[in-house]
Design a protein around this ligand. Structure first.
Ligand code: NOJ
Length: 563
């Protein structure tokens, strides 16, 4: 691991990006999953130094910011979403000096850094939880979590009927007989946000990373921190069906918003501040808030709360013009009154990659285990990305999607690490399929990921999908992303604003105007002929033009400039 001398100067300078206050409103934010991005020391696991070494690639790709999934000290029961020390880097990923160097280099390249904050639960190896367990019932440390006696004659039944999102009961009994709540794995005890020490601690953690120079936080399980008073029974065992469709006693409770109002004042203290270019630059929060509707999601991004929230309704939408138009309209209508930008996302580390989702029949949801028709999936994924990048607001890109990577659906059971895989009914436990380390080179032991193999095996097809194989190749998925990102940002400011002007279009086709750009997305299985709106800027497939008309093949998106 590299060593860098610590520099006391504040780490906030942004070299080349526009330092406008509202940079985040139309930013394209690239998610790095540190385990699987680049491995600098050959231990088969990605690390911060690996990420740092690949920052020029991200600058050249044309994204504005990088969101890093957790790299904190953690026993890795849930790939780092079980944090034992919020102010330390896990040795597997490096150390604080590596984090400092990464933030500095990113800023030097004009990239912003957003880190993951995990406030709903800690690791069971967190100091507080270890002491709470050791001190036994009555320990004041137990009040920082949700410890309860059990029900039944001898306390042998869990305190209520809540189930873990990963499967099985949301309660685990400790040897002294009490139970503690964990909405996720047993190694992830939920904090009790009613306890003032919890809030104090997280405000301090925010400041720690802001002082390190980060540009924002992605808030894990932002909808889960506050539980309904008395932890009431749900009264049903159909919890999974309700999740995301209903307000639950442990999700999307109104009390969470008080927490975010407090956090916002801290962030605002740090921003705007003067960058070296003399422009103000704002730090941001993005919420991972799974709520029943985009309207409820909008509550998280009111002007005095968080800045953005992931649009999971969009992520969960099939490749279907009607459904897409509905979710786009609904999102824009929900965000406009609160003045927050819409966000758009197609893939992340928790769902099947969109190249595989769209390779399968519609209606299967976001966790799919079959490869489907790969060619069709890739064609649709490219078209879907081009559609997403033409929409107003901020867009999220998950590492490897710019290479058109599919999910790896045939990982052997013995390599799986997703904690949900090891539990009963719940999430299906196949998230490892979207976490396979990404290929940088055509050949080599782990296709350039590192010199020592990779923690999840990469398929033989990875070489042809590598950065090396696609770089500079016209029509490759990587070049499509690069072109689209550069057109979006530098030439047409496509992400600006909060509305689209819909144009008449044949069935199965979306057509809209955004300033000088017209975007047409053909989600149908047949080619369509539409007017040529101007000069083609970029297309996800081969389009042909004749006599003022353009033939757009099936599952293809095109951008024209009319200006
Ligand atoms: C959401 C994260 O994205 C996911 O990976 C994690 O398992 C859960 N939150 C629990 O932290």
């Amino acid at each position: 691991m590299s060593q860098h001398s610590a520099d006391p100067a504040p780490n906030t300078a942004l070299a080349t990006v526009a330092t406008h206050r509202d940079w985040w409103r139309d930013a394209v934010i690239y998610q790095v999953y540190p385990r699987s991005f680049a491995d600098s020391n050959g231990d088969g696991m990605g690390d911060l130094e690996g990420v740092r070494s690949r920052l020029p690639y991200l600058r050249d790709l044309g994204v504005d910011a990088v969101w890093l999934s957790p790299f904190y000290a953690s026993p890795q029961a849930d790939a780092g979403y079980d944090v034992a020390d919020y102010r330390a880097v896990d040795p597997m990923f490096g150390n604080l000096l590596d984090a400092d160097a990464l933030i500095r280099d990113a800023h030097g390249l004009g990239l912003r850094i957003i880190v993951d904050l995990v406030p709903n639960h800690s690791s069971d190896q967190h100091e507080w939880f270890k002491r709470a367990l050791a001190e036994g019932p009555g320990s004041p440390l137990r009040d920082r979590y949700h410890f309860r006696p059990g029900k039944g004659e001898n306390g042998e039944l869990p305190p209520n009927d809540w189930e873990s999102i990963f499967g099985g009961p949301a309660w685990t009994r400790v040897p002294d007989g009490e139970w503690y709540l964990h909405l996720f794995a047993p190694e992830q005890p939920d904090f009790n946000w009613e306890h003032p020490a919890v809030g104090d601690e997280f405000r301090s953690i925010l400041r720690f990373w802001l002082d390190m120079g980060v540009d924002g936080f992605r808030v894990d399980v932002a909808h889960g921190l506050v539980k309904a008073a008395g932890l009431p029974d749900l009264g049903t065992h159909d919890q999974l069906k309700l999740l995301g469709n209903d307000v639950m006693p442990f999700f999307d409770q109104d009390g969470v918003h008080d927490i975010y109002r407090q956090w916002r004042t801290i962030l605002d203290e740090y921003s705007p501040e003067l960058s070296e270019q003399g422009g103000p630059h704002e730090r941001i929060f993005v919420a991972e808030a799974w709520t029943p509707t985009v309207e409820r999601t909008a509550n998280y991004v009111r002007p005095d709360e968080l800045h953005q929230a992931f649009n999971f309704q969009y992520l969960a939408t099939d490749w279907d013009a009607g459904q897409l138009r509905a979710v786009i309209d609904r999102t824009l209508d929900a965000m406009r009154p609160v003045g927050a930008p819409a966000t758009w996302v197609l893939s992340n580390h928790d769902v099947t990659r969109h190249a595989t989702r769209f390779a399968n029949e519609p209606g299967l949801g976001t966790q799919i285990r079959t490869a489907g028709d790969r060619e069709l999936g890739l064609r649709r994924a490219r078209a879907a990305t081009l559609l997403m990048l033409a929409l107003p607001g901020s867009a999220y890109v998950y590492q490897g999607e710019e290479l058109g990577l599919p999910d790896v659906v045939d990982l052997p059971d013995e390599v799986r690490q997703d904690p949900a895989y090891f539990r009963g009914e719940g999430q299906d436990g196949f998230r490892d399929g979207c976490r396979v380390p990404i290929p940088w080179t055509r050949t080599g032991p782990s296709y350039g990921f590192g010199s020592g193999g990779s923690w999840l095996p990469q398929p033989a097809s990875w070489g042809d999908l590598s950065v090396e194989a696609q770089q500079g190749v016209p029509g490759s998925t990587l070049e499509l992303y690069r072109t689209a990102l550069s057109v979006r940002r530098e030439q047409h400011g496509l992400g600006a604003g909060d509305s689209v002007e819909w144009l008449r279009a044949p069935g199965g086709v979306l057509a809209f105007r955004r300033g000088h750009v017209v975007c047409v997305a053909n989600t149908g299985g047949e080619a369509v002929v539409v007017p040529s709106y101007g000069r083609v800027l970029v297309a996800s497939g081969e389009v042909t033009e004749a006599d003022g008309e353009t033939k757009v093949p099936a599952d293809t998106t095109v951008w024209w400039t009319t200006g």
